[in-house]
Design a protein around this ligand. Structure first.
Ligand code: TYD
Length: 208
C-alpha cells in the first residue's frame, strides 16, 4: 500500500518546527515508521538550492525564486518523497507546494496559476493527501509575543506587509483545496496543539 503524504504549512514563528519535532517523537515512541523531511531541502541537491534561495546576500527575481523552489521540489520528489511513499511509508513534509503558492504566487504577486504552471512537472503527479495548516496570523506569532529574534534568512527579513500577504495567501489556498486542509489553531500550550494534530491525523486513519 502506498504511504500517505502529509504537508505542514503556516507562517513564520507559529511553532511549526516544534510541532513537527513533537510529531516525530510521537511516531518514534509509538513505533510507527515515517519519513520527516522539509522544503526546500530533503536531498543533497535541494539543500544546496536552499542555501542559494535563503542566503541573505542573494538577489533573486520572484520568477527565478519560484523556479528554484520548484527545482528543489522536483529533486526532493524524485529522490525522497516518491520512493518512500512507494515503499508504503508515510511522509511528513515541512512546507510544500502551498508555500510556493502563498509566498511566490500571492505575496510576491506572480499569481497562483503561474506558480502552479511552474510546478506542474516538479510535483511528479503527486499532491498532498492532507495539509496541516497552523492557522495563526504573523502579528500574533509566538515569536512576536515572546520577542524572539528571527534567523538570518532572506524570507524572514521581509516586511510585515509581506508576511500578512503570505497568511492571506494560505487562507486563499485553503479555500481552493478545502478537502485536503486541516486547520489547527496553535495553543499557548504546545502539548495541546500536538494533541490536536495527533487527533486529526488519527481521525483520518493516517496514524495510530
Ligand atoms: P525555513 O527556515 O524552513 O522557514 P520556516 O522555519 O518558517 O518553515 O525557510 C523556508 C522559507 O522558504 C520560508 O520563509 C518559506 C519559504 N518558502 C517559499 O517561499 N516557497 C516555497 O515553496 C517553500 C517550500 C518555502
Amino acid at each position: 500500500m502506498v504511504g500517505k503524504f502529509v504537508t505542514i504549512e503556516g507562517c513564520e514563528g507559529v511553532g511549526k518546527s516544534t510541532q513537527i519535532k513533537l510529531l516525530q517523537e510521537y511516531m518514534q515512541t509509538t513505533s510507527q515508521e515515517a519519513i520527516f523531511t522539509r522544503e526546500p531541502g530533503g536531498t543533497e541537491i535541494s539543500e544546496r538550492i536552499r542555501t542559494i534561495i535563503l542566503s541573505e546576500t542573494s538577489i533573486i527575481h520572484p520568477l527565478v525564486e519560484a523556479y528554484l523552489f520548484a527545482s528543489a521540489r522536483a529533486d526532493h520528489m524524485l529522490n525522497t518523497v516518491l520512493p518512500a511513499l512507494e515503499l508504503g511509508k508515510n511522509v511528513f513534509c515541512d512546507r510544500f507546494i502551498d508555500s510556493s503558492l502563498s509566498y511566490q504566487g500571492i505575496a510576491r504577486d506572480l499569481g497562483v496559476d503561474v506558480v502552479l504552471e511552474i510546478n506542474k512537472h516538479a510535483l511528479c503527479g503527486r499532491t498532498p493527501d492532507c495539509t496541516i495548516f497552523l492557522d495563526m496570523r504573523p502579528e500574533n506569532s509566538w515569536r512576536r509575543q515572546k520577542g524572539k529574534s528571527v534567523s538570518d534568512d532572506r524570507m524572514e527579513h521581509e516586511s510585515d506587509a509581506f508576511h500578512n500577504k503570505v497568511y492571506n495567501g494560505f487562507i486563499q489556498i485553503r479555500n481552493k483545496y478545502p478537502d485536503r486542509y486541516i486547520s489547527i489553531v496553535p495553543q499557548e500550550n504546545k502539548q495541546e496543539t500536538h494533541i490536536l494534530i495527533i487527533n486529526a491525523l488519527r481521525k483520518k486513519g493516517y496514524i495510530k
